[in-house]
Structures are given as C-alpha cells and as structure tokens.
Design a protein around this ligand. Structure first.
Ligand code: MF3
Ligand code: CO
Length: 283
C-alpha cells in the first residue's frame, strides 16, 4: 500500500511545462529484463512461503506478534531481508490487520486471535536487492458469509487488475479493471463493498515503493504505458461499509471510520508479452 500523492504536487513534479520533442507522452512504467523478473520472482516466492507459514500458524490464542516471528524466520532462513522492518521506522516484518484494521496493523503480543477474526497479512522481502510484496486475507476458523464474501470480492478485484497487466495498457486501465472487478463482485455476492480511499498499489523493483501510484478505481486510459517487463504491486482494499479511514495513535494502523471490517489482497505482477506474470507465487 502507498497513500495517494497530493494531485497538485504530483503533476507539478512529474510533468514538463512543454512536451519534449520526440517523446510526447511516451512515459513507460519502468521495464525489467526477463532475468530481472526471474530475480524478483525469487524474492516473491520467499514472501509467498512466509505468508503460507503465517497462515499455517494462525489459530485462536495465537498473537499477531507470533505471526511476525514466523514470517521473519522464514524470510531469514531463505537468505532474504524483511523489507518492512525499519521502513520509515516500521517495527515489524509483517503488517497484521485484523477486522476493522485495513492495512499497516502493527503485530503485538497483546493482540490474540479468536475464532471468526478476519485477518489480513502483508509481507515483503528483499533478495539480491529485488523486492517482492504480497498480502492475503483469511479467517481464524470459519468466517461468517459476509466476511467470506468481502475477502473473495477483494481477491477477485485483484485478479481483475492482474488480468489488465498487458503491454500497451496504461496505468489507469489497471485501476479501472480493479474497480470493474469490485463492481462485478458486488453483483456476484449481492452486496455493496467500499473501495478504500487514499491508498493503492505502486511500482516496485529495487525499492518497495516506486512510481507510479496505482489507484484502485477510476477512469481508464490515463497515465504511463505498461510495456513488457513493467511491474506493479496490485493491492485492492475493500470494506463492508465506509470508504473512509483514519490512522491510530501508533501512527501506522489504518482503521475504517465506521468500524466495518476490511480485506486486503496483493500480488507483485509483471506485464509480459506472454501475458501477466505473478511474481509472488510459491515455487
Ligand atoms: N507492503 C505494504 C504495501 O503493500 C507497505 C507496508 S508499509 C510498512 O505496499 F511500513 F509496513 F512496510
Ligand atoms: Co504493496
């Protein structure tokens, strides 16, 4: 997750006053070579392994601090570095966002999981200088049907965004696809979902958060072009209620303002000539 940049700051900083000869609006999302994508997939597979270990460890009575220890151990065993730890002072290797927490929940020994909790885990790792970033949502035991629908709708929105990761598409074609994925999920699940305002995905490579910011909704056909090797972290966040959030006094944890539950799914994905390539799959 990145928070969206102030629109004025963004356009002033990134757009020249006049279009330059020979490069009229030809901005492209940074391209990685096939070898670099393979290197990113190594980091991504380690993230996938850490997330699977966290899922396996999550149970009633387990603290989110214990889940953080599980993720960090898997990453270090795989000769990776947890990218979240120390990022702008962030104190852990995962974000654990339970129930009305949307993203950036800080793991704690005081936070004990219980049956029916809706848990989102976000994790990142660096291997050989390359980043992987991925998030999953799951229940502790069985979820009630609306929570199950919320998580499924969020995953389906992510998958719709992934399908738009093809060369020639533009940035907001992906945003639009995510939004259409959410609207299709609303039809399928027979209820409304809130698309969280102010947060979205991002470019990723040798840093976790790179340009461009990827909104989870909006009109198509704008922004830089995707080419073969362009990589984005695609990460929709949906709620059962409001689109509004606030940050707790810990200065990290993002919660819904109405207490409604939220879900978050994320993959790091490359556009390639053979179609979308998910870089955060287990190997
Ligand atoms: N990985 C998150 C994202 O999806 C960002 C985590 S912020 C951190 O982009 F501080 F926790 F690292
Ligand atoms: Co991310």
């Amino acid at each position: 997750t990145r928070s969206s940049p102030a629109p004025c700051a963004r356009s002033a900083a990134s757009r020249p006053m006049v279009s330059l000869p020979g490069r009229r609006n030809r901005k492209v999302v940074a391209q990685r070579t096939p070898g670099e994508l393979d290197a990113m997939a190594v980091a991504g597979a380690l993230v996938a392994r850490a997330l699977q270990a966290v899922r396996d460890a999550a149970a009633p009575g387990v603290s989110t601090q214990q889940l953080d220890e599980v993720a960090e151990a898997v990453i270090r065993d795989g000769r990776g570095t947890p990218s979240f730890l120390g990022y702008h002072g962030y104190p852990a290797s995962i974000c654990s966002s339970v129930n009305d927490r949307v993203v950036h929940g800080i793991p704690s020994s005081d936070e004990i999981l219980a049956f029916g909790d809706l848990v989102s885990i976000d994790c990142g790792a660096i291997v050989d200088g390359w980043h992987g970033d991925s998030a999953v949502t799951f229940g502790i035991g069985d979820l009630i049907p609306v929570d199950e629908a919320l998580s499924a709708a969020t995953r389906e929105s992510m998958e719709a965004g992934i399908a738009a990761m093809v060369p020639g598409n533009r940035l907001t074609d992906v945003s639009h696809a995510i939004e259409l994925g959410t609207r299709a999920a609303e039809q399928r699940h027979g209820r409304r979902f809130g698309i969280v305002e102010g947060y979205g995905g991002h470019g990723i490579g040798r840093e976790m958060h790179m340009e461009p910011f990827l909104a989870n909704e909006g009109a198509p056909g704008r922004g830089p072009v995707l080419a073969a090797g362009s990589v984005l972290a695609i990460e929709p966040m949906l709620t059962l209620g409001t689109v509004k959030t606030r940050v707790l006094d810990d200065e990290w944890t993002v919660v819904t303002t109405d207490g409604s539950r939220a879900a978050h799914w994320e993959h790091t994905v490359a556009a390639t000539d053979d179609g979308p390539r998910i870089l955060t799959l287990p190997d």
